[in-house]
Design a protein around this ligand. Structure first.
Ligand SMILES: [Zn+2]
Length: 133
């Protein structure tokens, strides 16, 4: 039997986790107390982190909106590496791993998509303005 210094109860040794640095090789608190303790610690940590994030956002509004803008811009363009790799995989039939080893290939595909999109936009503008009718 071992005394838990947290819940002040005598419990079977099997109720204690191992701790090499302790004299008897067991944790000071029983498993139940340890779990509860870690749960509280975790919650406290998460709460502090959330608060920290919130404060950071409050103090860096300009920076935040800049980051959000750049994210949404890229998302709108759908030019994430993942998307491009998927396109290359479909058109070339190469495995993702091999495509990742050729960043120049990814960049080229990105340029092709960009050009294609500009072309599409121009064509749309042309039809909007009328093609010389
Ligand atoms: Zn206990």
């Amino acid at each position: 039997m071992k005394y838990c210094s947290h819940c002040h109860q005598w419990k079977d040794e099997s109720e204690f986790s191992r701790l090499k640095s302790a004299k008897d090789g067991l944790q000071y608190y029983c498993k139940t107390c340890n779990n509860a303790y870690h749960q509280v610690y975790k919650l406290r940590y998460l709460e502090a982190k959330r608060k920290g994030n919130r404060n950071w956002r409050k103090n860096h509004k300009e920076q935040c909106s800049k980051i959000a803008r750049s994210y949404s811009k890229r998302a709108a363009e759908n030019l994430y590496d993942r998307y491009i790799i998927q396109r290359l995989r479909d058109s070339l039939g190469l495995p993702t791993k091999e495509i990742r080893q050729h960043p120049d290939l990814i960049e080229r595909e990105r340029d092709i998509i960009k050009i294609y999109r500009v072309k599409k936009q121009l064509l749309k503008k042309c039809t909007e303005y009328g093609t010389g009718k």
